[in-house]
Design a binder for this molecule. Structure first.
Ligand code: GLA
Length: 413
């Protein structure tokens, strides 16, 4: 009897957790919110309103301008795509003027270009911008998303009870899985609980969501990026261990190429997001992005750090007088020695570059056979360096130097 009860328990717990095989590395794509917000005025601002045209245009550019070939694959709608009311049969309806061909047609368009389609909803009575939420219609909405061939669902948490989220978010994840269509599941479950003073149950969150927001919305400023960097650094003991293949912390979108970040600051956001094993969701107008910012977003070496298959989230290992060092263990491995991505960040405002000198050993790179060290932005190869080698980098104000140390194997005699 006991063993039967145990088997039932084990199998039911397996069924209830998310095992969709998706997001083995952090998702990459484009998301409308930070840049295009809830602009619904297609009469006066047809090129920038939330409409099928905007998403089709971004799809075309992601493919044509090389973003898809470096790994960006999801085209994700955020809030404000809906009609204010459901249809008589209870189904969600996309805004009829702004999405005249409906969501299935947009989904088909994105898929026909070889990309994937993401949508936004909210586990509450309303979305954050006041459109219908999923509460009371969970099964219907999950089925509709499957019918539309959705690949990615961001489920926000406005107008919902944070105490109810442990149950509600897991339930919706189960309903998504039950459709048989695999969808990446992006949750806002922890951030709303943290705001409500509830300690999130990260072990449950990581087994039910592919990614989740922990902290504030990103805004178009360096102050906002710094604030997020500090949150992830200050809370890393709680947050970092929850990341791994299939389940990621989400520090929010990349704002590179917009109005608020300088070139140096944009490089810093990209470097730190890759150390954090963050989803890389660009929110920028790809029609007008300046080449230097596009270049950052398409830096294959830094993308490879972000997408490292081991999926270990990095940490801030040093912080003193405005200088920070962030480090992430990555492959290849030699015995129990990892390779590392290292970001040296200058948060100081005295307008001249700061020198940082440190031995590899002090950074935790202690393999006697050494590490091949290269600069991931400057394409400089420093050759093989050893634990006692001192490296010296010059870091611009609000900028970053990012290195990779690839572990070396002993030479066979
Ligand atoms: C919340 C989310 C944002 C965005 C908006 C949309 O603030 O955190 O990412 O989705 O809602 O209204």
């Amino acid at each position: 009897m006991l063993s039967i009860a145990w088997i039932i328990l084990v199998s039911s717990s397996l069924c209830s957790s998310l095992d969709n095989g998706l997001a083995r590395t952090p998702p990459m794509g484009w998301l409308s919110w930070e840049r295009f917000r809830c602009n619904t005025d297609c009469v006066n601002d047809p090129d920038n309103c939330i409409s099928e045209q905007l998403f089709q245009t971004m799809t075309d550019i992601v493919v044509a301008d090389g973003y898809a070939s470096v790994g960006y694959e999801y085209i994700n709608i955020d809030d404000c795509w809906l009609e204010k009311h459901r249809a008589h049969d209870g189904k969600l309806v996309a805004d009829r003027k702004r999405f005249p061909n409906g969501m299935k047609a947009l989904s088909d368009y994105i898929h026909s270009r070889g990309l994937k389609f993401g949508i936004y909803e909210d586990y509450g009575n309303y979305t954050c911008a006041g459109y219908p939420g999923i509460i009371g219609y969970e099964e219907k909405d999950a089925d509709l998303f499957a019918e539309w061939n959705v690949d990615y669902v961001k489920l926000d948490g406005c107008y919902a009870l944070p105490y109810d989220m442990d149950r509600g978010y897991t339930n919706f994840g189960r309903l998504l899985n039950a459709t048989g269509k695999q969808m990446v599941y992006s949750c806002s479950w922890p951030v709303y609980q943290i705001y409500a003073g509830i300690q999130p149950n990260y072990s449950s969150i990581q087994s039910h969501c592919n990614l989740w927001r922990n902290y504030d919305d990103i805004q178009d400023s360096w102050a906002s990026v710094e604030n997020i960097i500090d949150y992830y650094g200050n809370n890393q003991d709680l947050i970092a261990p929850n990341a791994g293949p299939g389940h990621w912390n989400d520090p929010d979108m990349l704002i590179i190429g917009n109005f608020g970040l300088s070139y140096e600051q944009a490089k810093t956001q990209f470097a730190i997001w890759s150390i954090l094993a963050a989803p890389l969701l660009m929110s920028v107008d790809l029609r007008t992005i300046r080449p230097q910012f596009k270049h950052i977003l398409q830096n294959r070496k830094i993308i490879a750090v972000d997408q490292d298959p081991l999926g270990i989230q990095g940490r801030r290992i040093y912080k003193h007088k405005g200088i920070e060092i962030w480090s992430r263990p990555i492959g290849p491995l030699y015995q129990n020695f990892y390779s590392y991505a290292i970001a040296f960040v200058n948060r100081r405002t005295d307008g001249t570059p700061s020198d940082i000198s440190v031995t590899l050993k002090e950074l935790g790179l202690v393999n006697f056979s050494g590490y091949r060290v290269e600069d991931l932005y400057e394409n400089v190869d420093y050759g093989v360096l050893y634990p006692n080698t001192k490296i010296k980098v010059k870091v611009n104000p609000s900028g970053v130097v990012m290195l990779k140390g690839e572990v070396q194997f002993p030479v066979e005699l």
